[in-house]
Design a protein around this ligand. Structure first.
Ligand SMILES: C[S@@+](CC[C@H](N)C(=O)[O-])C[C@H]1O[C@@H](n2cnc3c(N)ncnc32)[C@H](O)[C@@H]1O
Length: 272
């Protein structure tokens, strides 16, 4: 790390790192702040209230190491092992899909409707890190959520995150199906094989979390056959695919599609 200033205080370190990471990141300043928060074990607000604080040699050494990892392309959340979702902090790792902000909108729909309808029993199919199951349990205190995944490490991580948020008694981590639920929620793998091949930036994330077979619909079909809840809430690919529309219609389902804040078709609410 070279600099035209001799003082490595919080301000200068963030400025320098922001510029350095701009060569490889679309959010260099944010990356710099998250990484410095991580090595200093403080939140980002603390950085702003301690701009003039000089960093110790040990902290600078640790910071340089994580900045170099970021520079080589390692995502920030893989370095820190955590990501925020629905204002809750989740542990993440490279064996699960990293939580995406648009999935928050799916969960918000579920929570809003469930409060009105007094739904209490949920299944999250393809729980990954557990963000959906744990958020529902956290924001609906009378709920029970069964969290299911084909991947053992996803189940382990969901359990850890449920414990972290004190909802492990109401988040039931399972490898198999459950019956008699009000709502099935899922953000299934929905890329087609050819879409995935054209998106190399996703290739560091697990294949089976991303690809839903040749047409992207395999896991939707499986869920619709396997469960009979009052309603399904799915995250979907944008634009809403004709082939998925056909799956719903050919199996006698009604559906309504909602857009996310970026006006992209994102949520399918499906019922019989
Ligand atoms: C797109 S990721 C979603 C993870 C998490 N729910 C989220 O929103 O970040 C899909 C998850 O579905 C799991 N999965 C794939 N096929 C499945 C199946 N047939 N049954 C259950 N889970 C499945 C994958 O292992 C992966 O964890």
């Amino acid at each position: 790390m070279a600099s035209n200033t001799n003082v490595w205080n919080v301000r200068n370190v963030l400025n320098w790192t922001g510029k350095y990471l701009s060569k490889i990141s679309k959010s260099p300043r944010t990356d710099a702040e998250i990484l410095l928060s991580y090595v200093s074990n403080q939140n980002r607000l603390w950085l702003y209230t301690n701009f003039d604080l000089k960093l110790s040699k040990e902290m600078l050494k640790k910071f340089r190491e994580v900045v170099e990892l970021r520079f080589k392309g390692v995502p920030v959340y893989h370095i820190t092992g955590e990501k925020y979702f629905m204002a809750l902090k989740f542990k993440v790792n490279d064996r699960v899909l990293v939580p995406r902000p648009e999935t928050e909108e799916l969960v918000e729909h579920v929570i809003m409707d469930s409060k009105k309808m007094k739904w209490k029993r949920f299944v999250d199919v393809g729980c990954g890190s557990g963000i959906i199951a744990v958020s529902i349990a956290k924001y609906l205190p009378n709920s029970h959520v069964w969290a299911i995944d084909v991947d053992r490490s996803a189940l382990d991580l969901t359990y850890e995150n449920a414990k972290l948020h004190d909802v492990s008694k109401r988040v039931h981590v399972k490898k198999s199906e459950v019956e008699h639920v009000d709502v099935v929620v899922s953000n299934p793998p929905y890329l087609t094989q050819s879409e995935w091949e054209e998106l190399p930036e996703l290739h560091h994330e697990p294949y089976k979390a991303l690809v839903g077979g040749e047409d992207g619909n395999n896991v939707y079909k499986y869920i619709l056959q396997k469960y009979s809840p009052k309603v399904f809430y799915f995250e979907i690919a944008h634009p809403f695919r004709q082939s998925l529309k056909d799956v719903f219609e050919e199996n006698g389902f009604n559906y309504k599609i909602f857009k996310d804040l970026s006006k992209r078709e994102r949520i399918a609410v499906v019922w019989k």
